[in-house]
Write a protein that binds this ligand. Structure first.
Ligand SMILES: [Zn+2]
Length: 146
């Protein structure tokens, strides 16, 4: 006869006070490169280097896992700006190729550099608001990754 093993641990949130996190507020604060929780502390210590913790509310930023998502989002956004612009200019005015390249290449570079930090901040804000990775203080530490 087969015997059942008892459940090792059951995790509940009873008794834990859960902090309310508004997604849009966190996205906006992250886009402004500010702490998603308090909106005051700086999120970055260098261009794309997220600081270790918020200097105002002491939120630990080390749990963020933005990885390559900000770069992908910047490609999508900048592509949706530059490509229609290039198609419109080509169909209506047909300027010489050197002129087109002298507009589109710097425009793409400048837009990408301008958007990369705010979009990374918004991704960190999204992860905090959705309690992803280690941003849930009430989560037990020993849950294995899925
Ligand atoms: Zn803060």
């Amino acid at each position: 006869m087969e015997t059942l093993k008892p459940a090792t641990t059951v995790w509940t949130r009873e008794g834990a006070s859960v902090e309310r996190r508004d997604l849009w507020t966190a996205l906006k604060r992250g886009f402004r490169c500010r702490c998603p929780r308090c909106g005051e502390g700086k999120l970055f210590r260098a261009f794309l280097k997220v600081d270790g913790h918020c200097p105002v509310c002491d939120l630990d930023f080390s749990h963020h896992r933005a990885d390559d998502l900000p770069a992908y989002l910047v490609i999508v956004v900048v592509g949706h700006i530059v490509v229609p612009l290039a198609l419109w200019i080509e169909t209506d005015y047909s300027p010489p190729i050197w002129l087109q390249l002298s507009i589109y290449l710097p425009l793409t570079l400048i837009l990408s550099l301008l958007l990369l930090q705010p979009i990374k901040g918004a991704v960190v804000g999204f992860q905090w608001a959705m309690r992803m990775h280690g941003f849930d203080e009430n989560a037990p530490d020993d849950i294995p990754p899925v």
